[in-house]
Design a protein around this ligand. Structure first.
Ligand code: COA
Length: 164
């Protein structure tokens, strides 16, 4: 069976941890759609179009990975794309409660769709997009946390905003 999976997230910006999850899920599913979503609880640094552009550049080597964005409910988007699986990365126990709630809520809204959690690679388990932005804002090194293209984009954006 050709299973289509959606990997949703805010990706603001994408990190090495996200790429690790994308690469591993691309080996498990016929197609993986990396879907840039709006998290209404977060203010974003990058526009949705910028995040899509970054992710397309980072994932071009995987033929079965597509990058898209959506508004509205994740399960409605997944249904539209005929996806049977939602992929999420789990970094630590602290992620579990939030992920548990989302997975159950999505299951209630769309019983035919399952959420699969992948353990984030050990060396990425302490990364978060907000931490990357904070370190960059204070002039710290983010080289090991994000791919080079993303690093340049983060610093360019901060310069544009007069922050660095
Ligand atoms: N490695 C490193 N960091 C990771 C990671 C990994 N593998 N996986 C997640 N993270 C980090 C992200 O960088 C992010 O950090 P931040 O909080 O500092 O920004 C954090 O973990 C979680 O982000 P992300 O995975 O991008 O998810 P999110 O919580 O921002 O996104 C949505 C949640 C967008 C999927 C959810 O809000 C959604 O589905 N929205 C659509 C509306 C909807 O359907 N709502 C009902 C849901 S039940």
């Amino acid at each position: 069976m050709r299973i289509v999976a959606v990997y949703p997230g805010s990706f603001d910006p994408p990190t090495n941890g996200h790429l690790d999850i994308i690469e591993r899920s691309s080996r498990m599913f016929a197609k993986v759609i990396v879907a840039v979503a709006r998290n209404i609880r977060k203010d974003s640094m990058f526009t949705s179009a910028e995040r899509v552009r970054m992710l397309r550049g980072l994932t071009s080597q995987w033929e079965n990975v597509e990058v898209d964005s959506f508004n509205g409910l994740l399960v409605d988007y997944a249904r539209k794309k005929e996806a049977r699986v939602l992929v999420r990365g789990l970094r630590a126990i602290s992620d579990f409660e939030y992920e548990f709630q989302m997975a159950h809520m999505n299951k209630k809204l769309a019983p035919e769709i399952d959420t699969i959690m992948l353990m984030t690679g050990e060396r990425h388990s302490y990364i978060s997009s907000n931490i990357v932005k904070e370190i960059a804002m204070f002039g710290g090194r983010i080289d090991d946390l994000v791919p080079p293209g993303v690093k340049d984009f983060v610093f360019k954006k901060m310069k544009g905003a007069g922050r660095k």
